[in-house]
Ligand binder design. Sequence first.
Ligand code: BTN
Length: 257
Amino acid sequence: MFAKVKPNTRNIGQNIIYFNQVASTNQFALELMKQDMAENGTVVIAEFQSNGRGQQGKSWISEPFENLMFSIIIKNVTKQRVDPFLMNKTITLAMFNYLNQYIKGHSVKIKWPNDILVNRKKICGILVENNFNGSVLNYSVVGIGLNVNQNFESVKGINATSLSAFSEYEIDREQIFAKLLEYIEEQIDRLEDGQYQSIAEEFDRALLGHADQTLFDINGEIVPATIIGCDGYGRLVIEHQGMEKPFVHGSIKQYIS
Ligand code: BTN
């Protein structure tokens, strides 16, 4: 089914590889790259992943045929030196922009480093795997898991939601998929155009807790702090007791409720 989707793009999604089942779309896309068998913009999408990969070595589990799980191969987007976290910001911003216009009247936020929450529940996870030569980005495999029709209301212990919670009808995943690819290409174009600063600023402004106090666990101590932004290495910069400090992923926990 998804193989027939025709997004209104120049590159992203002009070639779509569709699986009923695969270990991981990111892993498959990385294999294609290693064998030099993928064009820029190739998308790998699957209904089920037996070994779906999440952030920090976690797994990504999703009901088959209900959500969207796909990976995009993005090659040679710029020859300039770029920050290691720039592609993460660009893709997360594209997903944020899409969800923000799709779900009106609810709070859509980025939770650092690159989850998207609606009303403080996770709707989208992103796993970017970059290949750098020094500071030059050769290629990225951008993996996206978006909850679409799965109902999380009765699932205990998972703070998640899906697009269906904001619609009365079953959602057409092909339509959403095509539109998402267009939103992603729009942000990739900005990256190619060198708009690094404005991408980073828009990303920071969309962060949950930006310019606003939320609670953090720092080494077991619960403290209120304000997010200043996320630096080029993906570290979260917060203001705490009048001082600005960067934290790497895993060294700080933000409370979201
Ligand atoms: C996270 O929130 O931990 C990131 C989850 C990323 C999941 C997607 S699903 C499609 C792609 N293939 C994978 O194996 N992972 C990503």
